[in-house]
Write a protein that binds this ligand. Structure first.
Ligand code: NAD
Ligand code: TYD
Length: 337
């Protein structure tokens, strides 16, 4: 089988390629990536010389490039996106271009090349914000209510993907996943930023009161969920993917990181809140468990410790990133912290 992975040089895409080639050594993987600030081929060093892996440099918004990259492809797994909420608040336009237009270009080419499956990776953020005191969770019947330019652009993409199924019969599947963490995450998201800031002796910026809740999933569990859907998922279906953790607010997550890294709470700095900050995300993943047998396997605390260890051992990887463009972004977002 030949798989086209878009955005395979990013955090989840690179974890997925490594996972896939390890578990399916006879398959071919093509990685189409524009190498934006978030794309990093160092993530894929382990498979660089693998004859079943190739890198295709290009933008998903360019039809002629996607056309070439999709030659003889059986399955598309579409990760490529602008993925960070704070950057979408600073400058939404590239989010609309890549996430909405880029997805439509891929869908069009997928039809032309008659791919057997188009799997679209989305987020739980398209469903909006739950209240802290509300016991309910998102499921695949929850109405869309995106509240940031990032989640609005992902929602637009999701609707397009479904429309290509209903209108043209493109064989799609889709997932809306909770927040991921693990190795190779760009140090702009909460957990990767917190760990690398502490390793640099810097404080951790916490937005608002810190009582915002996310449903944290270890990235390998996400990769395994996609594998399960490619094998057993029903065409046209959407599956939600989430974790088994007790609901935990950002402060609780940060306190665990401080404890595991031997630091005290003086390393926390409360900063101005994110505009339109979604209070709580929680995912009901009973459908994927019941229908195709996936459930999360990893414990939050154990994999959080492993992730801290990974960033500690791979200082070169994130120190290189924290230079250049990152410094400008960081200053704009956080000032002098
Ligand atoms: P990331 O920002 O780490 O990586 C994105 C990758 O896409 C990069 O390699 C980048 O170079 C590439 N890319 C961006 N624009 C492109 C373009 N126009 N053409 C080709 N390549 C392009 O993102 P991530 O955290 O790995 O997220 C991957 C996907 O998973 C996204 O679709 C995101 O919405 C979704 N998702 C992420 C999370 C999370 O917690 N990170 C949770 C749920 C869903
Ligand atoms: P983030 O990692 O950006 O993911 P999401 O897409 O779910 O917003 O943020 C996770 C949570 O952490 C969210 O409530 C915002 C908060 N946060 C901070 O408090 N400080 C930070 O510096 C960042 C990046 C996030």
């Amino acid at each position: 089988m030949k798989i086209l992975v878009t955005g395979g040089a990013g955090f989840i895409g690179s974890n997925f390629i490594l996972y896939w080639l390890k578990n399916h050594p006879d398959d071919f993987v093509v990685n189409l990536d524009k190498l934006t600030y978030a794309g990093n081929l160092e993530n894929l060093k382990e498979v660089e010389g693998n004859p079943n892996y190739s890198f295709f440099y290009g933008d998903i918004c360019e039809g002629s490039i996607v056309d070439k990259a999709m030659e003889e492809v059986d399955v598309v797994v579409h990760f490529a996106a602008e993925s960070h909420v704070d950057r979408s608040i600073l400058d939404p336009s590239i989010f609309i271009k890549t996430n909405v237009l880029g997805t439509q270009v891929l869908l069009e080419q997928a039809l032309k090349h008659k791919v057997k499956r188009f799997h679209h990776i989305s987020t739980d953020e398209v469903f909006g914000s739950l209240k802290l005191e509300d016991p309910s969770k998102f499921n695949d019947r929850t109405p869309y209510n995106p509240r940031s330019p990032y989640s609005a652009s992902k929602a637009g993409a999701d609707h397009l993907v479904r429309s290509y199924f209903t209108t043209y019969g493109l064989p799609i599947t889709m997932t809306n996943c909770a927040d991921n963490f693990g190795p190779f995450q760009f140090p702009e998201k909460l957990i990767s930023l917190a760990i690398t800031n502490l390793l640099e002796g810097k404080r951790i910026p916490i937005y608002g009161d810190g009582l915002y809740v996310r449903d944290w999933l270890y990235v390998e569990d996400h990769c395994r969920a996609i594998e399960t859907i490619l094998k057993k998922g029903k065409i046209g279906e959407t599956y939600l993917i989430g974790s088994t953790i007790e609901e935990m607010n950002n402060l609780t997550v940060i306190k665990k990181i401080l404890k595991y890294m031997g630091k005290d709470e003086n390393y926390v700095e409360f900063v101005k809140d994110r505009p339109g900050h979604d209070r709580r995300y929680a995912v009901d993943w009973s459908k994927i468990k019941k229908e195709i047998g996936w459930k999360p396997m990893h414990s939050f605390d154990k994999t959080l410790k492993q992730t801290i260890e990974w960033y500690t051992l791979n200082e070169d990887w994130w120190k290189r990133i924290k230079n250049g463009e990152y410094k400008e972004y960081y200053k704009k977002q956080y000032g002098e912290i």
